[in-house]
Design a protein around this ligand. Structure first.
Ligand code: MF3
Ligand code: CO
Ligand code: CO
Length: 260
């Protein structure tokens, strides 16, 4: 069952997703060589509580933290840890969720720690571009498959591969609602998009092969070939003509300007 959100619900979802966007920008200030992912998790959690919301991931199917922090060959669902120290040149994908006023926010960004290699920088650029190309298709009258096709086309034409086992999703009073939003697919296939559908589009793009493996902790997903992976996620409301993007990277990217 796909819930069509009212204008009021979309404003509440915008508030939740903007809070996640601001939480990721708060994290961005601290990402540098020497910090642990557990420290990033504490910063995010305090920021969320200070903004009258609660972490969306903690307790979700037993997940133990506020953030997912996935480093280098880790794709998604890396658990923050005191043992994981970020190092110059790493790429860390940070996914964050909140619940505010009963509605979820869910957004992710892949950061380089200091300066990554040119190869990794290109992976980040292409994955971010693939997300925005997908968002360009998230308009009334198009289909779910049009989003996935566009994301896949952009990733593969740049020599990368698309993770298939994990997908985007509807977002609302639950973190994962219907429909599923794969990052691959056939043009013109799948559910027709209607104004008021709220979905997360979240390409997970691998530099090497698309195959993944699950870690012994039961959560962490890594690339089978141990090559780097990137993950960017935004929540959008389907609309006529152009998607209404509910989360944003602009707060994060504002921090980068001030850092350099
Ligand atoms: N936020 C992830 C997604 O984008 C899901 C995380 S599940 C958790 O769909 F349990 F790890 F939090
Ligand atoms: Co997410
Ligand atoms: Co998501």
């Amino acid at each position: 069952m796909i819930y069509i959100k009212t204008a009021e619900e979309i404003e509440l979802l915008r508030e939740s997703n903007l809070l996640v966007s601001k939480t990721l920008a708060e994290i961005a200030k601290y990402i540098q060589s020497g910090i642990t992912t557990a420290e990033l998790d504490r910063i995010a959690e305090s920021f969320i509580f200070a903004n009258n919301a609660v972490p969306g991931f903690k307790g979700y199917q037993g997940y133990p933290a506020t953030l997912c922090t996935s480093v280098n060959n880790q794709v998604v669902h890396g658990i923050p840890s005191e043992e994981v120290v970020l190092r110059e040149g790493d790429v860390v994908s940070v996914d964050c969720g909140v619940i505010k006023n009963g509605y979820y926010g869910d957004t992710a960004y892949s950061f380089e720690v200091g300066e990554a290699t040119p190869e990794v920088k290109r992976l980040l650029v292409v994955t971010r571009e693939a997300l925005f190309k997908g968002i360009g298709k998230a308009v009334e009258g198009q289909r779910i498959g049009d989003i996935g096709h566009t994301v896949q086309q952009h990733a593969e034409s740049n020599g990368y591969s698309v993770v298939r086992e994990l997908v985007g999703h509807g977002l609302g009073k639950k973190m994962h609602e219907e429909p599923e939003v794969p990052n691959y697919g056939r043009r013109g296939s799948g559910v027709k998009l209607r104004k008021g559908m709220v979905i997360c589009i979240e390409p997970m793009i691998n530099m090497g092969k698309r195959q993944i493996k699950q870690g012994a902790d039961g959560w962490t997903i890594s690339t089978a070939d141990e090559m780097p992976s990137a993950h960017f996620e935004l929540a959008i409301a389907v609309d006529k003509g152009e998607a209404d993007v509910l989360s944003t990277f602009s707060y994060i990217e504002e921090i980068f300007k001030n850092k350099s």
